[in-house]
Design a protein around this ligand. Sequence first.
Ligand SMILES: [Zn+2]
Ligand SMILES: [Zn+2]
Length: 362
Amino acid sequence: MAQEVRGVIAPGKDEPVRVETIVVPDPGPGEAVVRIQACGVCHTDLHYKQGGINDEFPFLLGHEAAGVVESVGAGVTDVAPGDFVILNWRAVCGQCRACLRGRPWYCFDTHNAEQRMTLTSTGQELSPALGIGAFAEKTLVAAGQCTKVDASVAPQVAGLLGCGVMAGIGAAINTGNVGRGDSVAVIGCGGVGDAAIAGSRLAGAARIIAVDIDDRKLAKAREMGATHTVNSRETDAVEAIRELTGGFGADVVIEAVGRPETYRQAFYARDLAGTVVLVGVPTPEMKLELPLLDVFGRGGALKSSWYGDCLPSRDFPMLIDLHLQGRLDLGAFVTETIQLDEVEKAFERMHEGDVLRSVVVL
Ligand SMILES: [Zn+2]
Ligand SMILES: [Zn+2]
């Protein structure tokens, strides 16, 4: 039977978010209902509220979540009621040209639940953020969006892997292929940049250079594993990175800002044949101009990282295991835990610079 639960709704462009009662249908074929235990507040949720992603209001916000599967629909075999899971944006299809070539992390035909959750008050259909909608006591997703992990990890830590932290770690270990002894520079030290730093440390990078314009963020980056820091408001980032790498540049430079000027820094701060990874998300009007001869002459790879090129079934359990072994401090990303009705306040705090993640705990 359909259930009524509380969830955080963005009713219209730039309107404050509020807690409302929503209807969660029983799971249909291939779907699952998950009882949410924790969900991080991500910039993408704020972008939804601001109308920056699309205008399919009202949104049910929240997408960095962990919880327990409550029920599953027909044909679901990979997860079962009682499983502790991390939610991901994209259930892979297994049949598109990427999946068929053995590259499911690029799946070009991912899917979410087919049924829609609705507002109790008006019956309006809700658009769940990134196909999840987890600032809610329960949510409906495609079963393939649930990845079972070791249940001994705290939910507020596990949920972070569902988005920003996975994007950053994956930018380093999957897209950038950072390996033992590499030098890495990370430009932009918010949650994703810090996760790229943690991922680079995990992968055995010898030198990890954090670049930001905020000294508080650089101090945090050191805690996450940066061996050197550069304040690019005071110092030229490209020169500083070259100086710290024997005059050559870093093997891998991860751009976690998503702006042409920082991309240009990343492009010139890498060694010959090095790799640039763009994980920061640009806006539609941004343009980049580079001498084509430099693109050719400097060789190497210019890559973009989608969701850290992660494959949830491969990466989530592995990273949770490393966390439980004390080799990856996911807890360091949690600045504060809050209640469901404090999401609006968390959006306001987002720009203060010392909040990596506010996490709603249910
Ligand atoms: Zn996110
Ligand atoms: Zn596919």
